[in-house]
Design a protein. Sequence first.
Length: 94
Amino acid sequence: MAYNKPSNTDISGVHFKTKDRKYYAGCCDGEGVSRFLGAYKNKIDAFMAYKERKEQVVRLYAKEYAGLVDDRVTETLLAYTVPLPDILAEDILT
């Protein structure tokens, strides 16, 4: 199932469906296709699924292009982490 919904949560990779009251996570697979990652009861779990997959995709690209790009680019991509959105940080802290 392709996942190509605009976010209505202000959280990258997360969309809320009022019909079933769940948060849906999706992420590009690195080949231009958006993939469904799952339906979750809360936005934090949905975001964490997105974050994990996005970081995997970035690492895959880093390894694929290693040796073809400057080593600093590869190192930066391998170290990349998706930042926690402020809107989720507020939820976690409260």
